[in-house]
Design a protein. Structure first.
Length: 373
């Protein structure tokens, strides 16, 4: 066995392509767009590298690629939480403990050399990106910006000494009109609460930018006390917006306002993984045509963000936003069938309570794991 650093364009291509071979017979894995992966892993193009660093590694056994991993610092995380956590991500491996151990040990050594005392993951590269080890719910494809892995990964990571740090839940719920009692309650709450809920403004670029800044500000404030929260830099937020704007449907981005001040947001995205899966990682020669054809046949939605500023909680703003989201989804020209709330920290009492009140069910569980180094 040997481990090699990814230090050339050729090796980067091998790093990106390895999962295509590993999952070639798995019907649930969603192949990423290769061009987007190259951009994301490019230190000149991803603003993550303006504040942190990462190294990619490939594992070979008998000259055959059998695994890959990244090791990365995250200065934003450590400044926020005043700790010394390093991260690993992009972990893929054949079902071989020796291979997994060698990859994880290489990542651990890289982090230890940089003075870090804990290894956490998987995260690609941060909790603001795709993260979490799937430990339950392997019988369906992941929704947009969620992960997928074989069941045996948990054993490989646990055997190396990585133990659960936090569970992340994904809830599933059918798309249907909200119950009448919930609609009546939402109407009553909105009138009594003296707030309004509206959709994202996209027709005017200036108004759009103002709305995006409001979303960024609320995200920063509403999530800052959450376990594992990592603030995004303005450049990282801009990159996220650039990536998502082409697939966003403004009617699913809601902003709650009190006296014209934004106090809450919910962001729901169509599950473009359904489309990407059809494209098999490529835009050309036919990928773009598949994108155009299947984007109006997407069956699912993912509620990515729902947050209200602390001083405006317990007013029912979240209930109104959920109600309006489901009204929009159930009446949409695209016949959406189901929605996912994800991910929700196991310790997020309020969000777990709301999800259960809406009769959503946990259908996938992810984990972030830690190891002292």
């Amino acid at each position: 066995m040997r481990i090699e650093k990814v230090d050339s364009k050729q090796k980067l291509k091998l790093f990106i392509k390895f999962p295509f071979k590993l999952y070639e017979n798995n019907e649930f894995w969603v192949p990423p767009l290769i061009t987007e992966q190259k951009k994301f892993l490019n230190k000149e193009k991803n603003p993550y590298f303006q504040h942190s660093d990462a190294q990619l590694f490939i594992a070979y056994k008998n000259d055959k690629i059998v695994g890959r991993i990244s090791a990365q610092t995250n200065t934003q995380h450590n400044k926020t939480h005043n700790d010394k956590v390093g991260f690993f991500g992009f972990f893929e491996s054949v079902n071989d403990q020796e291979v997994a151990d060698k990859l994880l040990q290489t990542a651990e050594n890289w982090l230890k050399e940089r003075g870090l005392d804990t290894m956490r993951g998987p995260a690609n590269f941060s909790v603001n990106d795709e993260c979490g080890l799937l430990i339950d719910g392997f019988d369906s494809s992941p929704l947009i910006l969620m992960t997928y892995n074989p069941p045996y990964y948990k054993k490989l990571l646990n055997n190396y000494g990585l133990i659960k740090s936090m569970d992340l839940y994904a809830y599933s719920i059918p798309v249907q009109p909200p119950p009448e009692r919930l609609q009546r309650l939402a109407t009553k709450i909105e009138k009594r609460g003296k707030f309004t809920v509206r959709a994202l403004k996209t027709k005017n670029k200036k108004k759009l930018r103002e709305d995006l800044e409001k979303i960024f500000e609320i995200y920063e404030k509403a999530w800052e006390d959450n376990w594992g929260y990592v603030p995004m830099s303005p450049a990282e937020f801009d990159m996220l917006v650039d990536n998502l704007l082409p697939i966003v449907k403004p009617e699913f981005i809601l902003i709650a306002e009190v006296d014209n001040k934004a106090v809450g947001i919910t962001v729901t995205l169509p599950d473009y993984n359904y489309v990407i899966k059809k494209m098999k990682g490529k835009m050309l020669p036919t990928g773009f045509l598949k994108f155009l054809y299947y984007q109006n046949k997407i069956p699912g939605l993912r509620v990515v963000i729902m947050g209200v500023l602390d001083e405006y909680k317990n007013r029912g703003i979240d209930v109104v936003m959920y109600c309006k989201s489901f009204e929009t989804a159930s009446q949409h020209k695209i016949p959406y069938e189901y929605a996912e709330f994800s991910w929700v920290l196991e310790t997020n009492t309020m969000m777990n309570k709301i999800s259960k009140t809406l009769e959503a069910e946990i259908y996938k569980t992810y984990q972030l794991l830690d190891k002292s180094i």
